[in-house]
Design a protein around this ligand. Structure first.
Ligand code: GTP
Length: 174
């Protein structure tokens, strides 16, 4: 146990939240394994992924909780928001509804005691599907600014901005 503990300097918790089907599991899969799954199954409850990194000379261990977007798991997943210092709040740029629901997710993070200084990175995923776009970048940027969120558009499929989204969130936490 001692050895385990000395293998990193900091450990912290992140959560990935947003409507079902926006690509949360695939963003994590791209970030951690550089993989993408065309036929990924909807997450049941939640999954924990550990990612070890070095930031500013410190060994950092991120515990990243991939949560199910489906409503029926909400009562389970929201318990895991507690104490998280960062969240990736994901919508699908081709699904207007997933953008319209952002307020609900922000509210859930707040009332379920994410850390008070917790940072949120708003992520517009599936940027590869630009021809089916239902949310403009300008609108999302304005929403992020109004709510004090960072913002980035990503594609888990084409591996665009995925590392950047996770890493800028994590760097800003430190
Ligand atoms: P829940 O587990 O139900 O909350 O869904 P999720 O948000 O984890 O979504 P998931 O990662 O399972 O992806 C849903 C579907 O979108 C899958 O068919 C993915 O292959 C697809 N998908 C995910 N990311 C992208 C992307 O960047 N571009 C495109 N074109 N499809 C994507």
């Amino acid at each position: 146990i001692e050895q385990e503990e000395s293998s990193y300097d900091y450990v912290f918790k992140l959560v990935v939240v947003g409507d079902s089907g926006v690509g949360k599991t695939n963003l994590l899969g791209r970030f951690v394994h550089d993989a993408f799954d065309f036929a990924s199954k909807s997450t049941i409850g939640l999954d924990l992924t550990i990612k070890n990194m070095e930031i500013k000379g410190k060994r950092v261990r991120a515990q990243i909780w991939d949560t199910a977007g489906q409503e029926r798991y909400r009562s389970i997943t929201k318990r895991y928001y507690r104490g998280s210092v960062g969240a990736l709040l994901v919508y699908d740029i081709t699904k207007r509804e997933s953008f319209d629901n952002l307020g609900r997710w922000l509210n859930e993070l707040r009332i379920n005691e994410a850390h008070p200084d917790s940072l949120v990175m708003l992520v517009g995923n599936k940027s590869d599907l630009d021809s089916q776009r239902a949310v403009t970048q300008e609108e999302a940027m304005a929403y992020a600014e109004k709510n004090g969120l960072m913002f980035m558009e990503t594609s888990a499929l084409e591996s665009i901005n995925v590392e950047k989204a996770f890493e800028s969130l994590i760097h800003n936490i430190f």
